[in-house]
Design a protein around this ligand. Structure first.
Ligand SMILES: *Cc1c(COP(=O)(O)O)cnc(C)c1O
Length: 402
């Protein structure tokens, strides 16, 4: 088997005037891990089961080991993981789920796809997690779930949110799609309530070579139901033993299975996740050092002090700046890729227009959407590239001042 063609992006000579910095690249690290991926793939082709096969079961066991989850159920994306988790956790048609107005659209669209109704709440402007006071204000007699989303580098305030859930009889389901490696008092993200999800979209901290995701839960019944729902609603598909899959469909399910080629990549990368997370932290600290005090920057990533023991994991390095779109454009013209996480508050997305929420409903979410810009951050990034990005951001500020 030949290694895939690798590009030269991400290791360009830093002395060049225009140093290209893609928003995301894994070409260099993929070249390094290829031999191990290939060994896994040789087993896959040898066994001849390419979807939802033994490599997927092996990855599920490794992921459960890493996170400490009683069950890690592999699926095809973080989005389907959310839909299946909500269904398995007992969402009934019309049930309300409190979700943040500032998140990736899947946090709320998954609720609609599972038959529920998203009800929005504002965020804490510093840590970007659900604001507990705003959640409390959003609760109605129809509210059944609250969905904290852990964005960028840290978890939402799980002590406060769990207390509100307990007081109001709500189930906590975590959108921990970005939160692999994050822990709250030793418990991995996704395991603070009924369950949570992980996304393995390529740019995520643990990224596949395409789409993939997982549900994490300590609840046997939820794990078994997600495992059935990902496989057309056929029970018995649970956790590794595919020979026991029922031919009876007990509930209408989906085809949300993980491919073994993704499991092979993920299994390999999971073994290096600690080193990848440490590299991300090193790069994030370098950004912070170089950007502190730069004009035009409203906020650098700020880890909120908590009573609980928490650990930041830098999935995204998100800055908030005065003239976001102009800066993004300035960087793009100099070969630097950025992303806008997230451009539109969820209550202003056309697909949720029926809820009739106006501009001004969630000021912190709206401000974040106006000012937030994600800079390139991935293990392949070099310090020279970080220097170049930061120098270019400062050059922008000078040009604006002139
Ligand atoms: C990435 C992401 C998702 C969706 O995951 P996919 O694997 O892309 O479907 C959901 N929620 C959040 C917060 C995410 O960052």
């Amino acid at each position: 088997m030949q290694p895939i063609a690798l590009t030269e992006r991400g290791r360009t000579d830093p002395s060049q005037a225009a140093l290209p910095v893609p928003f995301f690249s894994q070409a260099v690290s993929f070249e390094r891990i290829w031999p191990e991926v290939e060994r896994h793939l040789t087993e896959v082709t040898g066994r001849g089961k390419y979807s939802h096969g033994h490599k997927v079961a092996e990855f599920e066991r490794a992921l459960a080991g890493y996170t400490g989850a009683r069950h890690a159920v592999a699926v095809n994306s973080g989005t389907d993981a959310l839909v299946l988790l909500l269904r398995a956790a007992g969402l009934n048609p019309g049930d309300e789920v409190v979700v943040p107005a500032f998140s990736f659209v899947a946090s709320a669209s998954s609720v609609v796809l599972a038959g529920g109704r998203p009800v929005f709440a504002d965020i804490d402007p510093v840590g970007h997690g659900l604001d507990p006071a705003s959640v409390a204000a959003a609760i109605t007699p129809r509210t059944r779930f609250v969905m904290p989303v852990h964005l960028f580098c840290q978890m939402a305030d799980m002590d406060a949110l769990s207390a509100i859930a307990t007081d109001n009889g709500l189930t906590v389901v975590e959108d921990s799609a970005e939160a692999i490696g994050m822990r709250w008092n030793g418990r991995h993200a996704g395991l603070l309530g009924a369950g949570g999800v992980l996304s393995f979209f390529p740019s995520k901290t643990l990224g596949a070579l395409g789409d993939a995701g997982a549900v994490l839960t300590d609840d046997d019944r939820i794990a078994e139901t997600v495992a059935a729902l990902r496989h057309h609603g056929r029970f018995g598909a649970t956790l590794g033993d595919f020979r026991k899959i029922s031919t009876q469909t007990s509930m209408p399910g989906q085809n949300s299975k993980m491919d073994d080629i993704q499991a092979a990549v993920l299994l390999t990368k999971l073994g290096r996740l600690g080193a990848d997370i440490a590299r991300r932290e090193e790069l994030a600290e370098a950004y912070t050092e170089r950007l502190t005090g730069a004009p035009g920057i409203l906020r650098l990533p700020t880890v909120v002090p908590r009573d609980a023991a928490t650990n930041p994991v830098y999935y995204v390095y998100l800055i908030e700046v005065e003239h976001r779109d102009r800066l993004a454009e300035f960087l793009a013209r100099r070969g630097i890729g950025t992303e806008t996480y997230y451009p539109v508050p969820l209550h202003r997305q056309p697909c949720f227009a029926e809820f009739g929420l106006l501009e001004g409903a969630f000021p912190h979410a709206e401000a974040a959407c106006r000012h937030a810009l994600a800079l390139p951050l991935y293990p392949d990034l070099t310090m020279e590239q970080v220097d170049y990005v930061c120098a270019t951001i400062r050059a922008f500020a000078e040009e604006e001042a002139a």
